[in-house]
Design a protein around this ligand. Structure first.
Ligand code: FAD
Length: 372
């Protein structure tokens, strides 16, 4: 059976890998949009402390986090050792003890069906600074040992390389599917036509433009996110945890003094990929109050990504209504590096007509179809 996957962010890369691993003939087409979300994503994998109450969302991120260790092991076994994944632990910073206690209670409860949270420890200001030396002394924190970070670029590349080892073919370019009655067997890239039995659309924030063409209009909203890459000379921060301050901004450590701090959430900018002084200023102002020690860091790069959201901000996955051989998943939003590898595997299973490990009706594509 031949499959075409349009879009090679984290979702498409994972779907392609899992299809190829099952012996399917896979062609992955990606045009490398400047705002690819996977390319810019921070890489926090720590869904358990979130206050977001939506259970359907939580099921995906919990299973997504739990899916990582076995996937990474599999990739390592295939010689893909640069996955960018590391369980560094995470600290959730607070001013007040009752907030730490609340967060701890939530984590303990969630650990019942998420043992991957690992150990849960309340830290005083000194212990917090021991974990993250740059933090101001006004914070206490909750530490969870299972928190992890991932470099989206590295993981995407590892998955695509592993897929190629199983025979997948990668094409660079703008893919245009051609509908024929209730099927799509052909995809045009420039002057070339590729044919397949089944099509997977994993085109992130740009997916609606594709499904529009095959008369299955989807609603996908884009959110611009800017994120800073900083460098602290002579700092060995490989083992430092993911740092989650009380508000929206965060810091991750990738070793050799490399620190990632983000991120803006700009709903009014959608597909724009310009770096703006406003966003840089906002992020720096917030993180410098949390971690004054960062004032010696240099600003190396600002990345910009376009997060994909559905109509109700909940991911969708399944067969595209009205089309017999087209499958899609979308709307991974701000937590797609957590859920993406798992959802990609689930999408591959869906396309192969295998049973899924999620409550499928919760993520019905119809939720985000314009005529649905
Ligand atoms: P994308 O990665 O955007 O990939 C879609 C691909 O489809 C693109 O490469 C595009 O070029 C291609 N494409 C589109 N149309 C076509 C076409 N017609 N032909 C060919 N190719 C096409 N998640 C977390 O879990 N933790 C985090 O800490 C985190 N931080 C983030 C920080 C920022 C600043 C951003 C922007 C995102 C963050 N995310 C995080 C979210 C995560 O990055 C996204 O949810 C996820 O990467 C979405 O993956 P995707 O594969 O759906 O889309």
């Amino acid at each position: 059976e031949r499959y075409i996957v349009i879009g090679a962010g984290i979702l498409g890369a994972s779907a392609a890998y899992h299809l190829a691993k099952e012996g399917k003939r896979v062609t992955v087409i990606d045009r490398g949009d400047k705002g690819q979300a996977t390319d810019a994503g921070a890489g926090i994998i720590c869904p358990w402390l979130s206050q977001r109450r939506n259970q359907k969302w939580y099921e995906l991120v919990r299973k997504g986090a739990a899916f990582y260790p076995s996937l990474i092991e599999e990739l390592n076994d295939m010689g893909e050792t640069e996955t960018g994944y590391y369980r560094s632990g995470a600290v959730s910073l607070h001013y007040d003890q009752f907030k730490v206690d609340d967060t701890a209670a939530r984590a303990v409860k969630r650990r019942e069906d998420a043992p991957e949270i690992g150990s849960i420890e309340k830290l005083d200001a000194k212990e917090t600074q021991k974990k993250f030396p740059l933090v101001s002394d006004e914070y206490i924190s909750l530490y969870v040992s299972g928190g992890a970070r991932v470099n989206g670029r590295d993981l995407r590349n590892s998955l695509l390389q592993a897929a190629e080892k199983f025979g997948a073919v990668r094409i660079y370019g703008h893919a245009e599917p051609l509908r024929d009655k209730d099927k799509v067997h052909q995809v045009r890239v420039g002057s070339e036509i590729f044919t397949a039995d089944k099509l997977l659309v994993t085109a992130g924030a740009w997916a609606a433009r594709i499904t529009e063409k095959i008369k299955a209009p989807m609603y996908v909203r884009a959110q611009k996110g800017q994120i800073l890459h900083l460098h602290m000379p002579h700092v060995n921060n490989f083992d430092w945890p993911v740092v989650l301050p009380p508000k929206d901004y965060y810091m991750l450590h990738f070793g050799k003094g490399h620190i990632v701090a983000g991120a803006s959430r700009e709903d009014d900018q959608e597909y724009d990929t310009e770096v703006t002084v406003g966003a840089i200023n906002e992020i720096l102002t917030k993180i410098l109050t949390v971690a004054p020690g960062l004032k010696h860091a240099s600003l190396v790069e600002t990345r910009v990504g376009t997060r994909p959201f559905t109509a109700d901000s909940l991911p969708v996955i399944g067969k595209v209504p009205g089309l017999n051989n087209v499958y899609t998943a979308n709307g991974l939003g701000a937590t797609g590096l957590t859920s993406g590898p798992f959802l990609g595997e689930q999408l591959a299973k869906k396309a192969m007509e295998q049973g899924l490990n999620i409550t499928e009706e919760h993520y019905d594509i119809a939720h985000t179809m314009k005529n649905g």
